[in-house]
Design a protein around this ligand. Sequence first.
Ligand SMILES: [Zn+2]
Length: 371
Amino acid sequence: MEWNLEDIENACNKAFKGCLNYLNNDLKNFKSKELSVAFNLGLNKETINASASVDENGKYHVVLENAAVKIVFDFYNRILVNEDFYKIVSGEDKYDREKASKYVDLLTEMTIKNILFHELGHIFNGHVDYIKDIFNKYKQNGEPRYDVTNYTLYEINSHARPYLQPKEWQAIEWNADDFSATKMVGLFTYDSNIDEVLIKNKFHGLLLIVLTLSVMYSLMGMGRKNDSIIDFKNMEHLPKRARVKKYIGVLLAACTKMNEEIKETDILPIEEYVKYSFAIENWANQYVKQYWKRENYSTDNNLEELDEEHENYYLEVELFYYTLLEKLEKYTYFEVYDEETKKVAEEIAIRSFLFKRYGTTEFEYIKFKKK
Ligand SMILES: [Zn+2]
């Protein structure tokens, strides 16, 4: 079975409509307002790639490369023939061919929605408008090194463009990931979307989100050995292993927040989900070896992305994250800087201050809090 361009277009249009309606329903309740966003299927790239932008007339656009859908669909289509993978996905002991094919469609849809929510996050949380303003000021103050015509936020692993600090780009991407994680939980742990056939219950829905997330990043090269040392502090996105871990953290928090009946103690510690994510990545890496004939993908690669030096740097980005939310207040359609967030921001600022001063956060932080 293979999808042709028409199948891809139909699936994407349907998924995009689903995501946009979901967000507009929220926005209608919050501000009695709806956003119009145009969707287009990209035909230019051969990788998992998407972008969000605002044009000169203030119209919003999202582009998803058709190759992204092809890659993701092909993965699920081939891997769900495997009975062991089917067991991981379904939690069932017996292989069911018909159901396996339904899972191919569901997981492809979830992965696409994950990407689309991220891009829509760039729009609904005001990133594209904020960047447009910054870029226009930057243009007035001198010759831009890059000719950026549509303020696109690319998903490739590229160096940060010069009109924002890399940390701010990374914070923006982080915010779009947070946005996507929250919306995915809203959709796939929501009662009416739990059919009890493919998605057994809320916990299973949560697990499937982690699965699709892990597959997506793995196919984007999370475990690909880098030929040279990556200058991670100057990239536009944080390293993928860090993004996945942060994303899982937000998923778990959102799951208890949005589902009153689920308590924090009902959910496994984050480490268990991270372990699960590595197991899924392993499947994706096997697929890459077999079908892409690439040998340099492994769960043993790029583990430094989760080491202490990196974690300390992420703390600095986290500090930026909260100042960014403050700046986004005037651009965003949803409330991003509410009272609760402000409190977290203060705590993070204290931790960062302590880290700079004492070189540690935890111990001193506890002492600080006790006083
Ligand atoms: Zn992005």
